[in-house]
Design a protein around this ligand. Structure first.
Ligand code: XUL
Ligand code: CO
Length: 444
């Protein structure tokens, strides 16, 4: 065990320079081929479109263990202890990583950055010490907190949920934990705060009062909104849908369920959604479906950018490296008017075999370049205009006086029945999916 000494003297990623910008056909092992933060796309810099973030839980705390094998990640800056000194050194390594990888935002759970102690008071005191250090590192580097969150799923007390626990004492502890997590997010100038309910659901309905649990969750979120106002925290609240894992069923199962929940309990004005690619696929949707559903409700907030293995059925949190995926995502994000308070947070981990520190760079750079490509391709598809014109044309009959009156809610079934009795043919046209796919791929 050795005491904490300032990071500036010791590098964690020895021999790794700031990732260079290289030519598209460069064979350099590590370099940005597409990402150029200052290049303008649709009048805005790539940097401001993409707002990349790295997450502390995967980048710094994931040893890459799987259910069958132990951790493989090499983290020479980390002595494996839960001493505050080790937490501070880890933070130094993280900010060095952000700088060298040209990433300006980060996200964390409270318990990622400082451990849980015997009492809540001790836990909070150590969290404060680490947060003070984050504040110093952030001020010196200009790195920003995209969002903070509380880990309400790892500790055994949350075995049956936090805000939806059958136990009042657990709900009470969760409230205090979230209060503190919002406070420290505010202290660090966080632009948002996420609620992800990994254990806010059930394993079997035989032991669960679903109605009561959902109501408790709503009360919990209203208390968070009240607290946010009381301390003057202006960051955006997000709710992150996921259908299952770790619970068998989670109440925030997908965008539609989250929107219905927020509307049912009067929370819609206070929340947007943080969508995650692999959560969408677990819900049986594509991420572009989830983004489109959010866009329609004006609820798109932020994105946890990752991907999954389609035939696996598990949240594998892989880095998003497929330009077709990122193009479809960026099309939706641009159509929604872009990310404002939110960003693209790589909620992604390296494969267990990618255990060297340099793999953290390869993984993030691959993800960043994939999104830079997706952004450029999406902008090109929008400038090309053929796909948008096709969609407009497909709905052209609705621009007629009758269509407009229906869209304004001025028409009855009786009127339509009269028209339908006179009409014996329908003007359907081909959906041309294959032609549209072809156009999409022209630009990737
Ligand atoms: C879990 C997940 C979380 C949230 C934050 O699948 O995505 O890491 O993003 O709690
Ligand atoms: Co996530």
């Amino acid at each position: 065990m050795f005491g904490y000494s300032s990071s500036m003297s010791q590098e964690a990623f020895v021999g790794v320079e700031t990732v260079p910008f290289v030519e598209r056909d460069s064979k350099a092992p590590l370099g940005f081929r597409h990402y150029r933060p200052d290049d303008l796309v649709e009048g805005k810099s790539m940097h401001d479109h993409l707002r990349f973030a790295s997450c502390y839980w995967h980048t710094m705390r994931n040893g890459l263990a799987d259910p069958f094998g132990s951790a493989t990640a090499r983290m020479p800056w980390d002595d494996g202890s839960d001493h505050v000194d080790n937490c501070l050194r880890r933070a130094d390594a993280f900010f060095e990583f952000l700088r060298k990888c040209r990433i300006d935002y980060y996200c964390f759970h409270d318990r990622d950055i400082a451990p849980e102690r015997a009492t809540l008071a001790e836990t909070n005191a150590d969290l404060d010490r680490v947060v003070d250090h984050f504040a110093v590192l952030a001020r010196a580097s200009g790195k920003k907190l995209l969002w903070g969150t509380a880990c309400l799923f790892a500790h055994p007390r949350y075995v049956s949920g936090a805000a939806t626990s059958p136990r009042l004492d657990v709900f009470t502890h969760a409230a205090a934990q979230v209060k503190k997590a919002i406070e420290v997010t505010h202290r660090l100038g966080g632009e948002g705060y996420v609620f992800w309910g990994g254990r806010e659901g059930y394993t079997t309905l035989l032991n669960t009062d679903m109605k009561r649990e959902r109501e408790h969750l709503a009360h919990f979120l209203h208390m968070a909104v009240d607290f946010k106002k009381a301390i003057g925290f202006k960051g955006q609240f997000y709710i992150e849908p996921k259908p299952r894992e770790p619970s068998v069923h989670q109440y925030d199962s997908d965008t539609a369920a989250c929107l219905a929940f927020l509307r049912e309990f009067g929370l819609m004005p206070h929340f947007k959604l943080n969508l995650e690619t692999n959560h969408a696929t677990l819900a049986g949707h594509s991420i572009e479906h989830e983004l489109a559903a959010c866009r329609a409700a004006n609820a798109l907030g932020s994105v946890d950018a990752n991907s999954g293995t389609e035939n696996c059925g598990w949240d594998t949190d892989e880095f998003p490296t497929d330009p077709r995926l990122t193009t479809k995502m960026m099309l939706e994000i641009l159509a929604a008017g872009g990310l404002t308070t939110g960003g693209l947070n790589f909620d992604a981990k390296r494969r267990r075999e990618s255990f060297e520190p340099i793999d953290l760079f390869h993984a993030h750079v691959a993800g960043m370049d994939a999104f830079a490509r997706g952004l450029k391709a999406a902008a090109a598809i929008r400038a090309d205009g053929r796909i948008a014109r096709f969609v407009q044309q497909r709905y052209a009959s609705w621009n007629s006086p009758l269509g407009q009156r229906i869209e304004n809610g001025e028409v009855s079934f009786d009127e339509l029945e009269k028209l339908a009795l006179e009409c014996h043919a329908w003007g359907n046209e081909s959906g041309r999916q294959e032609m549209l796919e072809h156009i999409l791929h022209e630009h990737i």
